[in-house]
Design a protein around this ligand. Structure first.
Ligand SMILES: [Zn+2]
Ligand SMILES: [Zn+2]
Length: 213
């Protein structure tokens, strides 16, 4: 197997090649193959969910052509080197992760290289898939249609008024809400009070809602 071209592609946005990018390429190829794709399929038939960001994902992107921009790549940041590959047509999902002792296996595979980093760099390019990777059929907890959602659908949040795209709204007690207003989100306004209510648990929110409408 010659993955040089894919490694060069992965390196394009970096000034280096590293073991994680190589793992990303290998995992990307293995996931596609497990779903029966010889090469990246068209028409968004492949959705990849990476469990970390960083160099590793660039390898996955190089191998699969899935990107955030095309809405074919999601990051569920568990801080783990692993990817689930979903065939959006059939709903079949395969999770691929490195074998738990992949580093030790890589060093044993290139025993003549005493520097672990370089042994991994070499080994990850040539080790047989079954020695490197664990490949498992999985079932998604959220239907793939819901993860992919329909692009271009737009509504406005009843609380903050901002537009919500791609069916990411939450309907709660008859209100259409963005995630930030419904569940607190990842930020809060420095302009104090107006949206403070959004950060309270639902029960308190309910009892105080009248004050704000
Ligand atoms: Zn790197
Ligand atoms: Zn909102």
């Amino acid at each position: 197997m010659n993955i040089t071209y894919l490694l060069e592609k992965s390196m394009q946005d970096h000034d280096h090649l590293c073991p994680r990018q190589i793992l990303g390429v290998r995992i990307g190829l293995a996931g596609m193959q497990a779903l029966g794709f010889e090469e990246p399929p068209t028409k968004k038939q492949l959705l990849v969910i990476s469990e970390t960001d960083g160099c590793f994902v660039d390898g996955v992107i190089a191998a699969t052509d899935c990107t955030v921009g095309h809405r074919t790549l999601r990051v569920e940041d568990y801080g783990k080197v692993a990817v689930t590959f979903v065939d959006t047509k059939s709903g079949r999902a395969i999770r691929v992760a490195p074998q738990r002792d992949v580093r030790e296996r890589a060093c044993a595979f290139i025993a003549e290289e005493p520097r672990h980093y370089f042994a991994q760099m070499q080994a990850y390019q040539v080790m047989p898939e079954e020695e490197m990777l664990s490949i498992q059929e999985v079932v998604l907890n959220t239907p793939v249609e819901q993860i992919a959602s329909r692009a271009g659908v737009r509504v406005n949040c009843d609380m903050c008024g901002e537009e919500i795209m791609n069916e990411r709204e939450i309907i709660r007690e008859g209100l259409t809400l963005c995630r930030a207003c419904a569940d607190g989100g990842y930020y809060q306004s420095t302009l104090s009070c107006t949206f403070k209510i959004n950060l309270l648990p639902l029960t308190e929110q309910d009892s105080k809602r009248d004050e704000f409408f």
